[in-house]
Structure formats: C-alpha cells, structure tokens
Ligand binder design. Structure first.
Ligand code: AMP
Length: 253
C-alpha cells in the first residue's frame, strides 16, 4: 500500500455552544473556536500508524474550505501526515458546499495522487451528514468500509471490523478502498510542540475546485436553520397514584 489520503474538515469545536444566525440561514461561525473534526483526528491517527508499521509510504491530508482550513492540515501534519492539499473555497461558497461536492473533490484527488486508500471520519460533527465516505466510494467505484473500529492489512487487501447496530461486523475488502473511522478505531495522538514546528516546513499545496474540474453548484437549498425546541420543565408528583392519574390525563396510558 503506497499512499493514504485523509480528509480533514475544519468544524466548530465540539465544546462550543452553537448559535443559530438571527436570519436563520445557518449557524454563527465568526469568532467561534474551530478545530479538526474529531473523527478526522482518528482517521489521521490510523493513517499515520499505517505508515509507522510500514503499511503505507505516504500520508496526504486534504481539507476543503476557506483559508483557515489550512490550520487543520497543519495539525494533521503535526500528527504525522507527510504533506497537505488545501482545496480553497471562499467562505460564502463553502457554506453552500455539500457532501457530494466534497466527495467529487476527494475522488479526483485520490486518482491524481494515486492513493490506495482514502480514510475519512464517519461524520462531520457540524452537519452530521455521514455521506462523504459513501459517496466518495461511489464516485470512484471503489469498495467501502464504513464505521471502522479495526483495520488490518492482509495479503489480499484489508480485513475490517465495523460498528453496526448491536454489534460488530467483519468484512474483507480489496484495495483501493474508501474507509471511514468510528470512535473506537484508535486514540488519536496529540500534536507535540516540536512536531507542530516541523509541520510548518512540510509541503502544503493549494488548489481550487475549478482546478480539479469539480462543479460546486449547490443542489440543495437550505430553507431554514433553527434551534431545537426547548425542553419543557418536568413536574414532581407525590406518589404512584398521582403519576398514573397524570399519565392518564395526558393520554399517555
Ligand atoms: P460528512 O459526510 O459531512 O459527515 O463527513 C464525513 C467525513 O468526510 C469527515 O469526517 C471528513 O473526513 C470528510 N470531509 C467532509 N467534509 C470535508 C471537507 N470540507 N474537507 C475535508 N474532508 C471533509
């Protein structure tokens, strides 16, 4: 296995309380802390481990997004990725970009870079789409292993354990393939200060979607983004009889 392409998305940090814009067109991103999507940290860790075990020769981190997305590529390089590709998209255009566009971009780069494996996160915690890995595999017509919690190299390809409802599923796949990382695949390493410094010298190429021949015209209109309904306060009842009476009253039993 030679090359692994890893998708790293810059998202609002998981610890931030997300606020909806007053005009309901999206969420407030300005002045808000952003980080690498947590599942992408797991994807980077897995790719770097493959390189350390000599199962891969090169790890390339790709991010599609505005100028600031270069930060998450630098983080991936500080974790051990060899180089980065930043597909720069202006903020206004990026807000309308959908998983299908990202998938076409990643698929084109996978072919251009002659990648044997594309590893993505299982989902981005901002849009919770969980579509990009599946669609990238479809665009490339490569096999897919989603929700991976263990990836092992075999002579014929890969053996993957996947997290499914109520258990684990083991599958075999040939390479090239597209994989998506689930939470228990590994524990990502921290980028140490010396490695952050070293990452500044690693190559980071900038391209546009147009350079890659990918049409990014939106296919979906976002009509409205709203906060989830506020949970109603609960009530305390004196005893079981009162509880049963209340449930009857509410038509629940
Ligand atoms: P999603 O399908 O949007 O939930 O995203 C799944 C995975 O696709 C993420 O965890 C990333 O690995 C990858 N991905 C999605 N959007 C981007 C992006 N803008 N740049 C790089 N990778 C991305």
């Amino acid at each position: 296995m030679a090359r692994v392409l890893v998708g790293v998305k810059r998202v609002i940090d998981y610890a931030v309380k997300v606020r909806v814009k007053p005009d309901k067109t999206g969420v407030v991103t300005q002045g808000v802390k952003h980080s690498m999507n947590p599942f992408d940290e797991i994807a980077v860790e897995e790719a770097v481990k493959m390189k350390e075990k000599k199962l891969a020769t090169e790890v390339i981190a790709v991010s599609v997004g505005p100028a600031q997305s270069a930060e998450v590529i630098r983080t991936a390089m500080a974790m051990g990725a060899d180089r980065g590709i930043h597909v720069e998209v202006p903020v206004a255009e990026y807000e309308l970009l959908q998983p299908i566009h990202i998938s076409k971009i990643l698929a084109k780069l996978a072919l251009d870079e002659k990648a044997d494996l594309v590893i993505l996160g299982k989902q981005a915690i901002d849009d919770d789409a969980n579509q990009t890995a599946q669609m990238t595999a479809a665009v490339l017509d490569w096999p897919q292993g989603t929700f991976c919690n263990k990836i092992e190299k075999t002579d014929a390809g890969l053996t993957i354990s996947r997290e499914i409802d109520g258990g684990l599923e083991t599958i075999k796949t040939k390479i090239p393939a597209v994989l998506s990382a689930d939470l228990r695949l590994n524990t990502p390493r921290y980028a140490t200060l010396p490695n952050i410094m070293k990452a500044k010298k690693k190559p980071l190429k900038k391209v546009t979607a147009k350079d890659l021949g990918v049409d990014t015209t939106p296919r979906i209109d976002i009509i409205s983004v709203e906060d989830p309904p506020v949970r109603q306060a609960g009530a305390t009842v004196a005893d079981v009889d009162a509880l049963v009476a209340k449930l009857k009253e509410g038509g629940h039993i």
